[in-house]
Design a protein around this ligand. Sequence first.
Ligand SMILES: [Zn+2]
Ligand SMILES: [Zn+2]
Ligand SMILES: [Zn+2]
Ligand SMILES: [Zn+2]
Length: 481
Amino acid sequence: MRLPWLSPGCSDSKLTLAQALLFSRLLSLLKDDILLVQPLRVSTDEAPTILPPSVSEFMADAVGIALDSVASCWKKMKKDIWKLPIPTLSEEEEELFRKYGWRRGITSFSLYPPSHYCENPACCRLKPLKKATTRQVIVYTLAKGVIPTYEIQLYCPDCNTTYFPDFSVCAGARTYYGGIPPIMQVGAHQFVERKLVGMWISLMLVAWVSATNCSRSYDMSLSEQDLRNFSDGGWQFGCILTTDHVWDAFILLTLLDHNERQGTCLIIPHTGEQKTRFTAAMKARNDEVVKRGQDVVGHCCDKCLRVWREEGGAERHIQPVVCDGLSMGHVRCQVAHCTTELASNRDRFCPDHAGQASQCSIVGCNRPARQDHKSCDLEAHTAMERAHYERGRAAFTLRERLQRHRQTHPENALDGDEEELDDEEDLRDDIEWFETDAAGNVRVYSADNPGSVGVVDSDLCEASKAPAAFRESSIFSAGCT
Ligand SMILES: [Zn+2]
Ligand SMILES: [Zn+2]
Ligand SMILES: [Zn+2]
Ligand SMILES: [Zn+2]
């Protein structure tokens, strides 16, 4: 790089070498901010002649030079600065942004859309986009903790498309740009570095760390939020990472990764609630994995596939499959063989069978359940419900629960403990039945759920096979899967 400040005749811009380096490093980070406020006719490929006033004032304070020296140094160095790669700032340089930049709306990096032009192929606009909305946001990073910054959205008035840092929005649909962005939006004002999301996913898969514990450990050890006072720069919202942010980051990265491998762009609704935003995309991805997710699904060879013709002439194929007989249980409606989805994982019945929630849970009894209970007013059925909960409180369950408490954060375990206990009872998937002896005492028995190989049995499942006399089964807990 040339050193114009050392050449003769530059008495107005005498910079030391350190100042000159700082001047070029800081300005090379602010290229997008400099471009945004330039008039339409100024090309985005070259360094503009004039710096925005806020940038000039910031540079004067940060480098320690007069305001008019900033303009003359910029004039001499702009071509070289424009070609510089994005530098990694030192802690002292970051501090300069905190001290002199934040109050002027300047941060060490801002989140811009990838281009200053409209990328919609159906749009004919060739001029740069100048209608911008700026919002304060925060970015969770692995190396630098929580960083306050600005998100800039660019709007194309010709095709009504808004460009966000990760996606564009048109007609209520959010289309991601393709590939996986280095920083992903996970909340209204929250972004997460991709590397950090990758770390959470591997912690969940390898070490069974819950999303809650991922967020807590980040807040406690990596966020460095106690070192900075964000309200100095006007960031009023908190920077605590929540469990929902971790889950949304998990889902988003998984979906983006899936789309990247398919060579497609992820499209999700921009309107509506965050909790339902990914549902359709997740279903499509799961269907795709079921159909084509395993390389060997399509395998057949002369050894494992037999083809024969039936008497009637129809061709039949047979292919043996070897499996271990275990299947992962999942929540489902407690009506046998009902495949309708639950409205919430906490529900016992699907919306179609929701009416049965107010019926007695003992199989074969259709009497109405008592208020806040799952059994009717028959003495035997009341006793069965009591026996069900007593079993839940027995020592072995407490041991199980202790194990689970070790995996969740103490604060969570304390919230609504009683309620959680009931919910856990409902989510147990072993088979439970009751026997009444001659004296009328009810005893509870249980057996492991045998599971299935993923085929829906046409016969009734084990839980429903209990003989009617003296042996009544219950559907207090989830049935077989
Ligand atoms: Zn456009
Ligand atoms: Zn084969
Ligand atoms: Zn159902
Ligand atoms: Zn009953």
